[in-house]
Design a protein around this ligand. Structure first.
Ligand SMILES: [Fe+2]
Ligand SMILES: [Fe+2]
Length: 139
């Protein structure tokens, strides 16, 4: 069972970022499927580590993109990414220590991260949102 499916409400208007978000979503669903199927150990940990690596790459790519469009809230967004990575790291260490046993709190964290972060924080760099909030030029 998937924990979350892609919907147009997650569309941030930047195709590379949408592709990466979909990749993260797939890994989260794969992880959930493996967990639900009763898998533990390497089969779970390899997906967890792939999700971690994809997340690090995505945050870096997203920060490069935001820089390229002079996104005004880049600094805050970077801090939020750092905080998410820290939390992910703490969960990941605990899951490794338990040889791939995952608690529901980790899936709750992942779901919240995807929905709240993409819809609330990432959405603010979407070209349509930036166009709406750009300061008006005085004539
Ligand atoms: Fe982000
Ligand atoms: Fe993102």
């Amino acid at each position: 069972m998937t924990i979350m499916t892609w919907t147009p409400s997650l569309d941030v208007g930047v195709s590379k970022m949408n592709d990466e978000h979909q990749g993260l979503l797939k890994l989260m669903n794969d992880l959930h499927d493996a967990h639900q199927a009763g898998k533990r150990g390497f089969e779970v940990l390899k997906i967890l580590d792939a999700l971690g690596a994809a997340t690090v790459k995505h945050f870096a790519d997203e920060e490069v993109y935001m820089e390229s469009v002079n996104y005004p809230k880049l600094k805050t967004h970077k801090l939020i990414h750092q905080d998410l990575l820290k939390k992910f790291g703490t969960f990941s260490e605990a899951i490794h220590a338990k040889n791939g046993e995952i608690g529901d709190d980790f899936f709750t964290f992942l779901k919240l991260w995807l929905s709240a972060h993409i819809k609330g924080i990432d959405m603010e760099y979407s070209p349509s949102h930036l166009a709406q909030t750009a300061p008006k030029k005085f004539a």
